[in-house]
Design a protein around this ligand. Structure first.
Ligand code: IMP
Ligand code: MG
Length: 210
C-alpha cells in the first residue's frame, strides 16, 4: 500500500512510517533494558492510545522481567476544549507500592496527563517511576514534564492519528502516523482530546472546526 495516498479524505501526509515507528520501538526497548539492568518492571499502559505501542514495546523487550497493568485517564472536562483537568477512569489492578513502574504513553502534548500520572503513582509508594512516550509533541507544553524515554519527536505542530492515536475514536488502527487534515469535520477529540490547528497568535487552546 502506498502510505502517501490518504486512505480517506481528511487524512494528511504520513509523519512517521511503520518502519520509523518500529525502529523507534526497538531503540526504546534497548534504552529501557540498559537503564534498568534486569530489575523487574511493571509496565503501565495508558489506554487506549498506548495499546499498539505497548504491544510492540513489550515484545521488543523480549525476555526482560516485566508485568503489565493499565490505566485509563481522560484529559478533558465536559467541554470541548482541553483542560488541565485529568480524571482517572480506570485504576491499576494492583498497588504500585514498592514497584518499579514504566509508564507507557502514546503522546505527550501539554503534559497534564503525564504530570498527573507521575504524581498519582509516586504518591502511592512506587519504588521508581519512569515514563516512556512514543511521541513527544513539545509545541504546547504547559507543565514542565519530560518523558524519560522518547521514541519520536513531532516535527511540527499538527494533530496526529494512527498507531493508537485517534480522532473521535477513529484511525487508531492505521499502521503509521499521519496528520489529520485541518479541514477534517469534527465535533471533539477521541480520548477526549480536541484536535487543534497549529497555533496562530494567541488562541492557545483553540480547536478547529468548532
Ligand atoms: P496532554 O495532557 O496535553 O499531554 O495530552 C496527552 C493526551 O492527549 C494523549 O495521551 C492523547 O490521548 C491526546 N493527544 C494529544 N495530542 C494528540 C494528537 O496529536 N493526536 C491524538 N491524540 C492526542
Ligand atoms: Mg492518550
Amino acid at each position: 500500500m502506498n502510505e502517501q495516498a490518504p486512505a480517506e479524505a481528511g487524512l494528511g501526509e504520513v509523519v512517521f512510517s511503520a518502519d520509523e515507528i518500529a525502529a523507534a520501538v526497538v531503540r526504546l526497548a534497548r534504552e529501557v533494558r540498559e537503564h534498568n539492568q534486569g530489575r523487574p518492571l511493571l509496565a503501565v499502559g495508558i489506554l487506549k492510545g498506548a495499546l499498539p505501542f505497548l504491544a510492540d514495546l513489550m515484545r521488543a523487550l523480549g525476555d526482560y522481567p516485566l508485568t503489565l497493568d493499565f490505566m485509563v485517564v481522560s484529559s478533558y472536562g465536559t467541554g470541548r476544549t482541553t483542560t488541565p483537568d485529568v480524571r482517572l477512569l480506570k485504576d491499576l489492578d494492583q498497588s504500585p507500592d514498592g514497584k518499579h513502574i514504566l509508564l507507557v504513553e502514546d503522546i505527550i502534548d501539554e503534559g497534564y496527563t503525564l504530570s498527573y500520572l507521575l504524581g498519582n503513582i509516586r504518591s502511592r509508594g512506587a519504588a521508581s517511576v519512569q515514563s516512556c512516550a512514543l511521541i513527544d509533541k513539545p509545541f504546547h507544553r504547559a507543565v514542565d514534564v519530560h518523558p524519560d524515554y522518547v521514541g519520536l519527536v513531532a516535527p511540527e505542530d499538527a494533530f496526529l492519528v494512527g498507531y493508537g492515536l485517534d480522532f473521535q475514536e477513529r484511525f487508531r488502527n492505521l499502521p503509521h502516523i499521519r496528520k489529520l487534515h485541518a479541514g477534517f469535520p469534527q465535533t471533539g477529540g477521541g480520548d477526549g482530546k480536541v484536535a487543534r490547528l497549529p497555533r496562530a497568535g494567541a488562541s492557545r487552546r483553540s480547536s478547529f472546526g468548532q
